[in-house]
Design a protein. Structure first.
Length: 264
């Protein structure tokens, strides 16, 4: 399923947050959205999911404008893993994942055997099946993140939006989550849009990326073309050293110091 963003703009009152955002993501592709705090990354995801209504432009899912889709239809097509997945009630892990079936249920309809099997399959994919009977507030951060992804997969979406899914996780769990996303893109042919602050990890797992600066697309393309010294200096106001392993296709970005502009 192809996601197309065409000229999207959004403002909070008189403050413009997104301006003329245009890009597309294909089936089986991971697109990284990067940029400093306040550059519009989370707002962009919320517009794509129509939690926020874009003031201008269009968001198309396989050619259909999402404004023509109901909330339930959007939820069937787009799964979301938010930055803050706080759950304040002691639900079991299985209950949390099963909540992903809500868009497929009628009003007051109970989950059936098909819904239960879909939830179990999502847990198998994310390696959370062994946690089914555990309470959500009794598992680790890495386990919880996989559960939230499982809940999104239980929706059976074609597009997956993730807002900093590795935030607050140790490096082992960060890699675990990103390897899972790579698997979902390749084997399940999901279209994935990933917001991240980690330049190195994003460059390793994203097929393409977009660098935002003050709500506009500063640069877009392959990681090695976007994450250059000049681009990073211009957007993040830091000087870096970059090593590129061409054979492995991996960037290693080492921060050196803030620029004079950022410290003045």
């Amino acid at each position: 399923m192809k996601l197309k963003i065409r000229g999207v703009e959004f403002s909070y009152g008189s403050r413009k947050v997104l301006e003329n955002i245009t890009f597309e993501v294909s089936e089986g592709e991971i697109l990284g959205i990067l940029g400093p705090n306040g550059s519009g990354k989370t707002t962009l995801l919320r517009c794509i999911n129509r939690v926020l209504e874009a003031k201008k432009g269009s968001i198309l899912i396989d050619g259909t404008d999402i404004r023509k889709l109901s909330r339930k239809e959007i939820a069937k097509n787009i799964g979301v893993v938010p930055q803050d997945s706080a759950i304040h009630f002691p639900f079991t892990v299985f209950d949390i994942v099963l909540m992903g079936r809500t868009p497929h249920l009628g009003r007051l309809e109970q989950e059936g055997s098909e819904d239960i099997e879909t939830a179990k399959k999502a847990m198998e994919i994310t390696n959370t099946k062994h946690l089914a009977d555990r309470l959500i507030d009794e598992i680790s951060g890495g386990e919880k993140q996989r559960v939230i992804i499982a809940r999104a997969l239980a929706q059976e979406p074609k597009i997956l939006l993730l807002d900093e899914p590795t935030l607050h996780l140790d490096i082992n769990h960060q890699l675990e989550i990103l390897e899972l996303l790579r698997k979902l893109a390749i084997k399940n042919r999901l279209t994935i849009v990933l917001v991240s602050h980690d330049l190195n990890l994003a460059s390793r797992y994203c097929h393409r990326m977009i660098l935002l600066k003050t709500g506009k697309i500063h640069s877009a393309g392959k990681p090695q073309d976007v994450l250059t010294k000049d681009n990073i200096r211009d957007v993040f106001k830091i000087d870096v050293k970059i090593d590129y392993n061409e054979k492995a296709g991996i960037l290693n970005i080492i921060p050196l110091s803030p620029t004079v502009e950022s410290t003045s």
